[in-house]
Design a protein around this ligand. Structure first.
Ligand SMILES: NC(=O)c1ccc[n+]([C@@H]2O[C@H](COP(=O)([O-])OP(=O)(O)OC[C@H]3O[C@@H](n4cnc5c(N)ncnc54)[C@H](OP(=O)(O)O)[C@@H]3O)[C@@H](O)[C@H]2O)c1
Length: 319
């Protein structure tokens, strides 16, 4: 029996372990692909910790939520399987879910960048009626997904992009790299609210990676300062770094053309997602946006899990 190396979640309390597995075999309509690079994203960690809505129901299970793979005909592809797992030398995929990757694309950069970048790409292209020239507030812009959101909004034609986050030096990088205004989120709630109101009162879309109490404050600040109440404001929940719940004021919903919606794996049809991923892979391959990969070999999966990414980098396991 031929075997492959893999990283298996054996317990939701422990990092995945480097193990051997029987080599997978393709069923009808499936194909076996070689895995080249797997990003270790917040969702990847959440799935492996049993905290994500796609976490496996039974263990052991392969870790990894997405991958850059080489198909049997030699072509590269990107796959996102969430809880089904990708951290193995070879995996079985549905060929219909393989997103084509242009020849010569860097697998590690793609694995590092796709997940953070797709969050804002999918939100702006499919969840809201975003048009070139509109203005966007990225709430929680200093992480990888938030930083990519600034670039993606600009790439998709935003007229004005406001970046709000805690880390001053990352905000400076974002300002130098394309944000029109930055707002520092500090423990001083009054100062934060005033700065948000000044910079973002008239935005069309908020891409929110924070949620929780900081979002309650931001909603009050933006809506309270808005002068054109019937101008549509779409507030898109994408990440939950500040908490999973907010108290939403009925007054806020009635007194403004204000919509709250989410964007994620479960909220966009598969065929739409596939189309958008194809365009995004092409944009990343052309160098429109990149997160710096921090590579680890598969054998060091436990070290990879323990590694805390520096701002602007993403752990990537290379196979
Ligand atoms: N729905 C989707 O399609 C989708 C796709 C990708 C990612 N996401 C989600 O987006 C979120 C961010 O992902 P990521 O890849 O950017 O992770 P990341 O690179 O680890 O960045 C997370 C950042 O969040 C910031 N943060 C944490 N707590 C905060 C708070 N209370 N207020 C403001 N900022 C806070 C931190 O920046 P500072 O320390 O600089 O403040 C941190 O760097 C995660 O929840 C992830 O699951 C969603």
């Amino acid at each position: 029996m031929s075997v492959i190396k893999a990283a298996l979640v054996e317990s939701f309390d422990q990092p995945p372990r480097f193990r051997s597995l029987p080599s997978p075999e393709a069923g009808p309509g499936q194909e076996v692909v070689d895995v080249l690079a797997v990003g270790v994203h917040p969702a990847t960690r959440g799935i492996a910790a049993g905290k994500h809505y796609t976490s496996p129901k039974t263990l052991p299970a392969p870790a990894g939520a997405d991958a850059v793979v080489r198909r049997p005909d030699g072509r590269l592809a990107y796959v996102m399987v969430m809880g089904a797992g990708t951290l193995a030398e070879r995996i079985v995929i549905d060929p219909a879910a393989a997103i084509p990757v242009p020849d010569g694309a860097d697998a590690a950069i793609l694995a590092a960048t796709m997940n953070p970048a797709l969050s804002s790409w999918i939100a702006l292209r499919t969840r809201v009626p975003f048009q070139a020239g509109q203005s966007v507030l990225v709430h929680g812009a200093t992480g990888n997904a938030g930083s990519m959101a600034v670039k993606v909004a600009r790439h998709l034609g935003a007229g004005r992009v406001v970046a709000a986050g805690r880390n001053r030096s990352r905000l400076d990088v974002l300002e130098a790299g394309g944000a029109d205004a930055v707002v520092q989120l500090t423990p001083d709630e009054d100062a934060t609210a005033t700065a948000l109101a000044e910079a973002a009162a008239e935005v069309d879309v908020v891409l929110d990676y924070v949620w929780g109490p900081p979002t309650e404050l931001a909603m009050r600040a933006v809506l309270g300062a808005r002068t054109r109440h019937t101008r549509l404001l779409d507030w898109v929940q994408i990440g939950g770094m500040g908490g999973d719940a907010v108290t939403l004021s009925g007054h806020a919903l009635r007194s403004n053309a204000f919509r709250v919606l989410g964007s994620g794996f479960g909220s966009v049809a598969t065929d739409v997602m596939r189309r958008e991923f194809t365009d995004l892979v092409a944009a990343i391959a052309q160098g429109a946006m990149a997160v710096r990969p921090r590579p680890f070999p598969l054998a060091d999966v436990e070290k990879a899990w323990a590694h805390e990414d520096a701002p602007g980098e993403r752990t990537v396991i290379l196979l």
